[in-house]
Each structure stands twice: as C-alpha cells, then as structure tokens.
Design a protein around this ligand. Structure first.
Ligand code: SF4
Length: 357
C-alpha cells in the first residue's frame, strides 16, 4: 500500500522550498502558501484562490490539505461547546473541543497524543494507554479544523489549550514545533499569551519549556499536595514527588516571570478534605511569590474511574481555605459535560459502544 502524501502542515520549509524550485515557482510562494494554509477557511486546495489554479492542482497532488478528517461532531445542550472526533491517516482518532465564550473568545482544546501513557486514575484517556504521538501538523490541523467551523460567524480561534488527549511534554519536540507555527505572525498569529500547555508534571521538560523563552502559559495538574494521595491517582508522582514538582514550578515562574496555574480535580473522599486544602495552601505559600500562582478547582467529570464530585459546599470550603492563606482559587465547572468534553471521554465512549456491538 502506498503511503499518502504528507500533509502540508508537516512539510518542512526546506522541502517546500525544494518542491517549489523543482516546479519552477518563485521562492516567495512558500510564505504565501504557509500563510494561506494557516488562515484560510477553505475545505481543500481549490479554495486558495490567491494562488494560480495550476499551482493549486500541483499542490493538491503533492501534499494533503489537512492531516485530520471529521469523524463525529457533537454540540452540548447549551449549544456553545462543541466536540469533534477527528480521524488521522492511519485510522487512529483524536478529539478536540471548541469552547466559545459569549462571543468574546473562541478557545479550543487540542490533543497532543493518541491516548496517553500517564495513566491518571480519574482520566478517560489514561484508560486507553499510549498509542502514538501526534506530529506538529496533526496538532495544528485541529486548530485549522475549528477555524473552518468558525467561518460562518466570521470568527477565528483566539486561545489554544493543550489539554486534550495526551501529555504534551511527553511529545515535546512536535508540541513546541506546533507552538511555533501557532504563534508565527506569518501563519496563525496567535499570541503566545493565549496558549496554555498543561502537564501532569514532567519535571525535566518543565525546565526545558522555561528555557524556550516563549511566553506561553503553563498549567500543572497537581491534584494533591501529599505524595500518598498524589501517587494513588497519578502514577507520575512516583517519578517526581510533590516537592520536586513544586520546585520545578518555582523555577519556571522565576525564569519566565509568568503566572502558573495549578489544576486540582476535586474527588470526593480522596483529595477534598480541609486537611488536603490546608496542606496545598501551605505548600504553595512555601514557594513564595504566592501572587504568581492560581489554583483551578475542578469537580471531577463523571465517566472515568469510580470517582464522585464533592458537594458544592465542600468545594467552596476548600476554596475558602486556600483564599484565607492568600492563594487565589477558582471553582471551575467544566463546560460541555453532557457531550463528554472531559479529556478522552468521547473516544473512550465510542470505543465502549463499538466493543458492545
Ligand atoms: S489527565 Fe492528562 S496526563 Fe493524565 S492520563 Fe489523562 S491525558 Fe494523560
């Protein structure tokens, strides 16, 4: 079986320049093609009407327009949040979510791997295990997918969160390549300050990220401030303990001068007690510069593991303890729960349905 042509978003500058020279095209076409591919809402090469027809035909033979194709798309009951399951060239799938916010922003959540090797106990993607890493093109093509969808209301993707399937820092080079594509002013032109990379705490890669000099946001999935609780729900805690992880967070803040967000999924009876909140507050306060840290408290989504969410009163009490210690905290109800918009949930739900047939 012959391999499909590469997706244009996975073609290097050198390869594209060589291809243009071989086809008698001037070098400036490379930049024009890159910009058009990133910004156009066209469904295929034929829609790039700023390029000559003959060139479009040759491009269509040599390079795929996109590395992702829509398999399923569903909208939440509020009609705002939308989730898509996208098919890759080898038959694997990834999911991506569009989260519009009152017409002010159109954030998308994207995947960085098919499945995930990190096996967090509360996460549906963790159940799947790791299948493969995505290429940089497969990552940015999720953004292009939503850009096409947003064309109907003349909007563009404004924010990008690497919080879908996979651990971004376990697929470091393609993720950073995709960040460079998204922030390139000649391509997507998205401000790095509107891009958030989320990690479960791959400590050496957090240091690498701090050294990149790109002012993106970092979100660290902490979920417990003591090792016994954290390793119970996050196996990564056996490799780097809470203190090592928090030290890496402090180094990140020190080096980048960027605020850092701690994600904390609230699991009833597991990590939601007043003692857990006190310990979390003390640990963060111990880092100094507490104004540089924010805690997102997220009640667990139903669907993965046997976890339940705490009562609203308990969540408020948890947030109140953090605030009394001077730690900014927000209880965040994740949107789109009726469409399984938690990470990996649509893919896993489809897999279960297929297994049940
Ligand atoms: S929470 Fe994130 S890091 Fe953990 S298993 Fe799920 S996708 Fe992987």
């Amino acid at each position: 079986m012959t391999a499909p042509p590469p997706s244009i978003t996975d073609v290097s500058d050198e390869t594209l320049a060589r291809w243009l020279a071989e086809h008698g095209e001037p070098p400036y076409r490379a930049r024009q093609i890159r910009r058009s591919v990133a910004r156009s809402a066209a469904a295929d090469w034929s829609g790039l009407t700023d390029l000559p027809l003959a060139l479009r035909s040759k491009l269509a033979e040599a390079f795929r327009w996109s590395s992702v194709e829509l398999e399923t798309e569903i909208a939440s009951a509020d009609g705002e949040t939308r989730k898509a399951l996208l098919r890759l060239h080898d038959g694997h799938h990834v999911e991506t979510v569009l989260m519009p916010h009152h017409g002010e922003r159109d954030a998308v959540c994207i995947s960085s791997q098919v499945g995930c090797p990190m096996a967090c106990a509360f996460c549906a993607t963790g159940e799947m295990g790791w299948i493969r890493d995505l290429t940089a093109g497969e990552i940015v093509d999720q953004v292009r997918f939503w850009q096409r969808e947003l064309r109907s209301r003349d909007a563009r993707v404004s924010h990008v969160d690497y919080m879908g399937m996979g651990e971004p820092l376990r697929n470091y080079a393609p993720v950073m390549a995709s960040v460079r594509l998204l922030t390139d002013v000649d391509m997507f032109g998205i401000s790095p300050r509107r891009i958030t990379v989320s990690t479960c705490g791959i400590v050496p890669k957090m240091d690498d990220l701090a050294a990149e000099g790109i002012p993106i946001n970092l979100a660290v999935s902490l979920h417990a401030a003591d090792d016994a609780t954290r390793t119970r729900i996050m196996p990564v805690g056996r490799k780097w303990d809470v203190d090592e992880l928090l030290a890496a967070c402090a180094r990140y803040v020190e080096r980048t001068k960027r605020r850092l967000t701690f994600e904390y999924i609230l699991l009833a009876g597991v990590n939601d007690s007043a003692a857990h909140a006190e310990r979390l507050a003390r640990k963060i306060a111990g880092l100094g510069r507490t104004g540089m840290y924010h805690v997102n408290l997220i009640p667990v989504n139903p669907g993965a593991g046997d976890f339940a969410r705490p009562s609203p009163e308990k969540m408020e009490r948890f947030a109140g303890i953090l605030e009394r210690h001077g730690i900014a905290a927000t209880v965040r109800i994740s949107k789109g729960q009726d469409i399984a918009a938690g990470c990996g949930q649509l893919k896993v739900a489809e897999g279960r349905a297929a297994a049940a047939v």
